[in-house]
Design a protein around this ligand. Structure first.
Ligand SMILES: [Fe+2]
Length: 481
């Protein structure tokens, strides 16, 4: 986030208010140290250290050096933290806003040679006393052992593979899911936060959900979507209420068949969720059924059966665009291009598939230097194989649009399409930002459920290093902020 002058002023005011409310150091036994001069010798650094009320064999302070300290955890695993890292990651109120969870310490004012004056350990964690300096008055930081074990870096004590992958918590599905489609009722979503949680859990696990019992009005549908978050406005508008009139210059506003695709591949940040609700088909309406395909399942099939094609579609960026004319709200036309080109399969920093981005119709001209070292024939063969999986009968869940039942899906995972139709019909719906949806899900999970990855982390830290989350972590400063 860019910090404006006003934001900086508010931040400074907040910091000042917090500084006034800082309690006395938690350990009155520790002496308040005199202000140090800013010269340090190159000799190894030693400060007072002690352990209190600790079980034998528990985590302990194993060493102190010029630049950092080393801790040994329950099984003897040792890891080192630099003093700058420790000061930068202090979660006391002086350094970290307890409500906004934002860093208050000005990292770049921490002296490069900053060192503790004392340290002590308990069964819960490590306490560090920072000296009285020109930078700040003396005070004590606390770090739970679990926090140190989770974020250790020299060496790391956890590997990505140690924890269940996010994909493991999803159910990949084929058309067989038609026997028992994930569904919630309008009533339960509208009446309680728990109902919203159950709804979002389904979207998280399956990538889609149906909502039944919706009053057949745009107002009721919009109110339903807003239970998740605000609507994402695009050049198609905010809440849509549309017929096949080619409004907005897009085939979505026609009656032609649409193969499985994800929407807004031409955005740098594609829309996260999409909801459709049929409002009023007239008596002439026929066809126009809804298609859903689990893109994560299709990708896993391609990865297993044709790894080289999977790699190609994971690395070769594809141009995409929205260039239709006819938008009344954009008289200069629509000229959407993402800031950069993206491949079909997009992975996070751990190699986990997080976004399927595929719309054959919005594809731009392929070629150029991106194809150096590759062959166009291979690329088309990879695409043909990918499309073959998407278009296989078993991959496709076809459902009929019905007044009173909406479908919502994760546009970063589930591809959608529709069969052609005749007659006229009125659909409504909207997009929701992916980040807003996931934020809402995370919040409801804290309230009603449990994050399976945090739970797995907790169990792993206990079994491997003999450390537990401490009470202070509940809704506190020690989650992944
Ligand atoms: Fe679409």
């Amino acid at each position: 986030m860019l910090r404006t002058t006003a934001a900086r002023a508010a931040r400074a005011a907040s910091r000042s208010a917090i500084a006034r409310s800082i309690p006395a150091p938690r350990s009155p036994a520790l002496p308040r140290l005199p202000r140090l001069t800013r010269s340090f010798s190159a000799t190894p650094h030693h400060f007072a250290s002690s352990s209190t009320e600790q079980q034998q064999g528990g985590p302990r302070l194993a060493g102190q050096g010029e630049k950092g300290l080393t801790v040994a955890l329950g099984n003897g695993a040792e890891t080192t933290f630099s003093y700058i890292w420790l000061r930068d990651h202090c979660r006391e109120e002086r350094s970290f806003h307890p409500q906004t969870k934002q860093r208050l310490v000005d990292t770049f004012k921490i002296p490069a040679d900053y060192r503790p004056s004392a340290a002590r350990t308990t069964n819960e964690g490590l306490y560090i006393t920072w000296p009285e300096t020109a930078f700040e008055s003396s005070y004590e930081s606390f770090f739970p052992w679990s926090f140190l074990a989770e974020h250790a870096y020299n060496p790391p004590l956890l590997r990505t593979k140690d924890l269940p992958s996010p994909l493991e918590q999803k159910v990949l599905w084929s058309k067989e899911i038609a026997k028992d489609v994930p569904t919630v009722t309008y009533e339960e979503v509208m009446e309680s936060e728990k109902g919203v949680y159950e709804w979002l859990k389904q979207i998280d696990v399956y990538g889609f959900s149906f909502v039944s019992g919706i009053p057949g009005t745009p107002e009721a549908t919009e109110a339903l979507i807003r239970r998740i978050a605000f609507i994402r406005e695009t050049h198609y508008g905010g809440f849509w209420d549309f017929t096949a009139n080619l409004e907005h210059g897009d085939l979505a506003y026609s009656d032609v068949r649409l193969e499985g695709h994800t929407d807004t591949t031409y955005f740098t940040d594609p829309c996260g969720l999409q909801l459709f609700h049929l409002l009023s088909p007239d008596h002439t309406h026929s066809g126009g059924h809804n298609l859903l395909i689990d893109g994560f399942r299709a990708a896993s099939i391609l990865r297993t059966q044709h790894p080289s094609f999977y790699d190609l579609l994971s690395t070769l960026p594809i141009p995409s665009h929205a260039s239709g004319s006819g938008s009344a709200s954009l008289p200069s036309g629509v000229h959407m291009r993402p800031l950069r080109r993206f491949p079909v399969f997009n992975h996070d920093e751990n190699g986990e598939l997080v976004i399927v981005r595929w719309n054959g119709d919005d594809r731009g001209v392929v070629g150029g230097e991106a194809f150096e070292g590759k062959t166009m024939d291979e690329w088309y063969e990879a695409l043909r194989t990918w499309e073959g999986i998407l278009r296989s009968d078993e991959a496709q869940l076809w459902t009929k649009f019905e007044v009173g039942t909406a479908v919502i899906f994760d546009n970063l995972r589930v591809l959608h399409g529709r069969s052609s139709y005749t007659g006229t019909r009125r659909l409504c719906g909207a997009y929701v930002n992916g980040d807003d949806y996931r934020s809402r899900l995370r919040g409801l999970q804290k309230q009603f459920g449990e994050d399976p990855r945090r739970k797995a982390l907790q169990e792993l830290l206990k079994s491997r290093y003999g450390v537990s989350f401490v009470d202070k972590e509940k809704g506190g400063a020690w989650e992944d902020y």
